[in-house]
Design a binder for this molecule. Structure first.
Ligand code: HEC
Length: 122
């Protein structure tokens, strides 16, 4: 029994543990967004939650699908900020987003930035 070296066992344990950590981070990746908390607060104070959720489709598009649509668009933040205030239709379907005049310019821009920073859920 004492002839066995312990190192193969412990390196196996290390690798196994490393694998566990990787697997755990993979599974949790779906719900963890770096920017979701400040975005959620703004969505509540500006009443976006009536029609939008971050990771589920409600009346309007789910926010974590928006970045993929604008990946190669350098003006995406400006466009989305303007759309947030003006509303509109035709980008995600036939549904109409009414204008949101209660939203300040600063909040509209911040929300557009936070939406574009969402990592798509995989
Ligand atoms: C009454 C429902 C409703 C409310 C309230 C609402 N939205 Fe929307 N939103 C929509 C609909 C419907 C669309 C899809 C419009 C389209 O297809 O062009 C949309 C689209 C969007 C888009 C994507 C725009 C694009 O052109 O790709 C963003 C960003 C967005 N909304 C942000 C917000 C924010 C931020 C708020 C809160 C200030 C908000 N919305 C409030 C219904 C709503």
């Amino acid at each position: 029994m004492n002839n066995y070296s312990t190192s193969p066992d412990s390196s196996f344990a290390l690798r196994f543990f490393g694998l566990l950590v990787c697997a755990a981070s993979l599974f949790s990746a779906k719900t963890v967004y770096a920017e979701s908390d400040p975005l959620k607060k703004l969505m509540q104070t500006n009443n976006c939650v009536a029609c939008h959720q971050i990771d589920k489709r409600k009346y309007g598009p789910q926010f974590d699908e928006i970045p993929a649509k604008y990946t190669n668009d350098a003006s995406a933040v400006a466009k989305l900020a303007a759309k947030i205030k003006a509303g509109g239709t035709g980008v995600w379907g036939e549904d109409y987003m009414p204008p949101q005049p209660q939203v300040s310019d600063a909040d509209a821009k911040r929300m557009a930035e936070l939406i574009m920073a969402l990592k798509p859920a995989k």
